[in-house]
Design a binder for this molecule. Structure first.
Ligand code: GDP
Ligand code: IMO
Ligand code: MG
Length: 427
């Protein structure tokens, strides 16, 4: 059985956690392939709500093996506290596997993230402050610390020394901060080594063997397509590749193994942090979407910026990810609007543009061209099949599907596992 990728089609927080959890019961492995604890994935099981940051959402399905791939950046203290939090709630986490090649978010990476943002002032990215960007920067600069380094004190010390060499100059001379002591960092990191040991594995081998044995592997993206370092709204992006190709490099599985790429798509749009957002609303509608949709960040508690659905972005996500399907989420949140505007194109300096402009300047000038679709007032949270939806809700879904370039195979009508309408099976 081939592999599936599930990823965010917008700016994150589309409902990836719920979608992954839903499939978790039917797959053998759920793999995070990029990002770190900048992610906040909410999963609601019965009356229990879980907020996962680093752990794959498959951790809540007993038959499933959760895997943290080599492309992820791991903050050991966050990982251990997330594990113990779940254990206290009776969740068995013993099957977790962590790649020895995953990079470690060190305390100095978190410090650098925070001071850099402060230094940028008005030009800041609005990062989650979790050390994500600086850890990936160290990886690319070849001064990163990997999980396997925690098991060789001498190598670890040399690597921390190399990493801190330049950073301490920067912290003391440029940012007016105190230098960070190598020994203190090494001691802290070594303190995690024993606790992480049982989980560390050659995950590339495990996953490829699993695929050869016909097991089902689901790759769960963090963030979203427009936050991708290559394909997103750079520089207002995260520092990894949430797009489909990231699953291959971030887990060591070849593209020939992936047969399905599911884009999680919110029925409207949200964004956290700075950066362009053509359909953003600053009025009562935006406020209502935030309130009804509960649009507050799971990781940083920041209010999410809210706006209408943007079909230009959805089409772009279909293209750069090779999406085979969409999972449309939060349709229930739109209940009650008489008319629902949907952005079908942009107007840029007097021109109508159908596709996402590659130029940052153009995108900053993009004004949404709206088409109004008729709304519905009936409660749809109990809908179990597509035909249970009111006519206007069905038409809204069909219109989005047509504009977005891939079939909508499932619809979320509430946060719970069972509040989902399945149209085509994903497995
Ligand atoms: P993720 O980061 O993509 O996993 O998404 P988040 O968990 O950050 O945000 C999505 C929020 O929407 C969570 O609070 C989910 O419980 C909730 N959610 C997911 N799907 C639906 C849905 O179909 N309807 C409603 N009302 N809430 C949903
Ligand atoms: P999930 O997985 C929404 C945003 C931050 C900031 C930018 C860079 O829950 O969808 P970073 O700390 O990654 O360097 O911040 O990316 N961001 C997210 N926005 N959902 C997320 O994750 C995000 N992870 C990062 O707000 O704008
Ligand atoms: Mg989230």
């Amino acid at each position: 059985m081939p592999a599936l990728v599930l990823l965010g089609a917008q700016w994150g927080d589309e409902g990836k956690g719920k979608a992954t959890d839903l499939l978790g019961g039917s797959v053998d492995y759920v793999v995070r392939y990029q990002g770190g604890n900048n992610a906040g994935h909410t999963v609601v099981v019965g009356d229990q709500k879980y907020a996962l940051h680093l752990l794959p959402s498959g951790i809540l399905s007993p038959g499933c093996t959760p895997v943290i791939g080599n492309g992820v950046v791991v903050d050991p203290s966050v990982l251990l506290s997330e594990l113990s939090g779940l254990n206290e709630r009776g969740v068995d986490t013993s099957k977790l596997l962590i790649s020895g090649n995953a990079h470690v978010i060190t305390p100095y990476n978190v410090t650098v993230d925070k001071v850099t943002e402060r230094f940028l002032g008005k030009r800041k990215i609005g990062t989650t402050g979790r050390g994500i960007g600086p850890t990936y920067a160290d990886k690319i600069n070849r001064v990163g610390i990997r999980v396997q380094d925690l098991y060789d004190e001498s190598i670890l010390t040399q690597k921390v020394e190399a990493a801190l060499d330049v950073k301490n100059q920067m912290l003391t001379k440029l940012y007016n901060r105190r230098a960070i002591a190598v020994e203190q960092v090494v001691e802290e990191l070594l303190g995690y080594a024993g606790k992480l040991r049982p989980y560390v594995a050659d995950t590339v081998l495990v996953l490829n063997q699993a695929l050869e044995d016909d097991k089902v592997v689901l790759f769960e993206g963090g963030q979203g397509t427009l936050l991708d370092i290559d394909h997103g709204t750079y520089p207002f992006v995260t520092s990894s590749n949430p797009t489909a190709g990231g699953a291959c490099t971030g887990a060591g599985v070849g593209p020939t193994k992936i047969s399905r790429v599911i884009g999680i798509l919110k029925a409207y749009t949200t964004r956290v942090g700075a950066g362009p957002f053509p359909t953003e609303l600053f009025d009562a509608d935006g406020e209502a979407l935030r309130r009804i949709g509960g649009e507050r960040g799971v990781t940083t508690g920041r209010d999410r910026r809210c706006g209408w659905f943007d079909a230009v972005i959805a089409r772009y996500a279909t293209r750069v990810n090779g999406l085979t399907d969409f999972f449309l989420t939060k349709l229930d949140v739109l209940t009650g609007w008489e008319q629902i505007p949907v952005c079908v194109a942009y107007e840029i300096d007097g021109r109508r543009v159908e596709e996402l402009p590659y130029s940052q300047t153009d995108f900053h000038h993009a004004k949404p061209v709206y088409e109004n679709l008729p709304g519905w007032s009936e409660d749809i949270t109990g809908a179990k099949s597509f035909s249970d939806l009111p006519k206007n809700a069905r038409n809204y879904v069909k219109a989005l599907e047509e504009m977005s370039g891939a079939p909508i195979s499932a619809i979320g009508v509430g946060p719970g596992r069972d509040e989902t309408i399945e149209i085509n099976s994903f497995l």
